[in-house]
Design a protein around this ligand. Structure first.
Ligand SMILES: Cc1ncc(COP(=O)(O)O)c(C=O)c1O
Length: 402
């Protein structure tokens, strides 16, 4: 007997269908900004250099499929994902461009799916290359894959010194097509004088492998090394392709790289005021009373908290934007709520929409502002927004949207 399966509950689809998407708190994503950023990044590249849009982790929290399509419209020619499932999501959405899985796939099952869905795995040695050879032999379809070399990150990849030997061995495999050789930079976002020459050393190691391959007349396929920081840092790091994540989403990986090419933030985190309260001076606010009102105050509650991805470390350290004003957040950020001091903002009322992150008028709060205050990095802030928050894209027409 076949078992009836219940489709998984999809909170975002439910909220949109019920006209609730913009009721509590949500993420507005502007695909036009992604397209503009891709174009802007493309202008830094030679026409023959490819732009890979890195859309892993659900497009850094923006929504992988709409981001991939927007990036493609701006000149991205291929995509980078971390997992097999992320690659499948793009393929099932009808995206046909090359997709490189940047994470390590180790089992025959995962690699078989890659072959079936034309996803390129990254391999760090012969074990996976031979698995790919076995899977593809007799299938009549060459298995395209890329070899990763560790030039100084000590994460994925084979030792760079083994590069020429591995390329030679992979090219002996008749069912495998070596589509690229790449490496990853560990310190490209540090100012050149502050990275202890590590980026130059990684580049030198990569170049030495490529020179050896040339001498041995072994074609490496697509050669690539740079992430956003590398792409913005120097054209010398571009090779045949750059793999860009953070900059595509409109954020610069380091202050000294700001302005290399114009970028605009594609995400706004918004929430509606769910309650306004007038309280006297001396009132302790939220768990632990880490804030106490110093004057009669007007407090505004937002129905968003750390369970949505607003870091609790930002308690008493963040502001929100409303009509050209900055309003301080006060007291501990809780799981589902946070409180604003709206004493100096009489126009804020029940139902008003405030901006927690992103541009508002001439002002902007960036993931970098948040990450500095809670000692992390903008990447983690962007990827930290939970699925409880609807992601709405400018071209979504959901009831209740406005
Ligand atoms: C292998 C690889 N390439 C490129 C990127 C993109 O990095 P960024 O977001 O700094 O551009 C990442 C992200 O972590 C990565 O793991």
């Amino acid at each position: 007997m076949t078992q009836a399966t219940t489709p998984p509950f999809q909170p975002q689809a439910f909220a949109a269908a019920e006209g609730l998407a913009r009721q509590r708190a949500w993420v507005d994503v502007d695909p036009g900004a992604i397209t503009a950023n891709a174009r802007s990044l493309r202008r830094c590249l030679e026409p023959t250099t490819n732009l890979m849009a890195v859309v892993k982790a659900d497009g850094y929290g923006h929504g992988a499929v709409p981001i991939a399509k927007a990036a493609q419209a701006g000149g991205a020619s291929c995509f980078g994902v971390a997992t097999l499932a992320e690659g499948l999501e793009l393929r099932q959405a009808g995206i046909q461009a090359p997709i490189l899985v940047l994470g390590n796939l180790t089992t025959a099952e995962e690699l078989r799916s890659c072959l079936a869905w034309e996803l390129m795995p990254t391999i760090s040695g012969m074990r996976e290359a031979l698995l790919c050879q076995n899977l593809a032999s007799g299938s009549g379809r060459p298995f395209a894959l890329q070899l990763k070399l560790d030039t100084g990150m000590a994460r994925l990849g084979a030792d760079w010194q083994d590069g020429p030997r591995l390329v030679a061995a992979i090219r002996e495999l008749d069912a495998v097509h070596l589509a690229g050789v790449y490496s990853h930079l560990a310190c490209a976002d540090a100012p050149p004088h502050a990275d202890d020459g590590l980026t130059a050393q990684q580049q030198d190691r990569f170049d030495r492998v490529l020179q050896a391959l040339e001498q041995q007349k072994l074609a490496p396929g697509c050669r690539h090394l740079a992430n956003s920081a590398g792409a913005l840092r120097s054209p010398q790091l571009h090779y045949d392709m750059v793999r860009v994540g953070l900059a595509l989403y409109g954020h610069c990986p380091a202050a000294h790289l700001q302005g290399v090419t114009p970028l605009q933030s594609a995400m706004r985190l918004l929430a509606r005021v769910s309650l306004i309260r007038d309280v006297p001076a001396g009132v302790g606010v939220s768990y632990g009373h880490s804030f106490r009102t110093k004057r009669p105050s007007r407090l505004a509650v937002l129905g968003i908290g750390y369970a949505d991805g607003v870091p609790r470390q930002l308690s008493n350290q963040m502001e929100v934007l409303f009509n050209g004003q900055r309003l301080p957040q006060v007291g501990a950020i809780t799981m589902d709520q946070l409180v604003l001091d709206a004493t100096d903002c009489s126009s804020l009322e029940l139902g008003s929409v405030v901006t927690l992150l992103g541009p508002n008028g001439d002002d902007e709060i960036t993931p970098g502002h948040w990450s500095e205050r809670c000692q992390t990095i903008p990447w983690e802030i962007l990827c930290g927004f939970k699925h409880r928050l609807p992601r709405l894209h400018a071209d979504d027409e959901s009831p209740g949207a406005h």
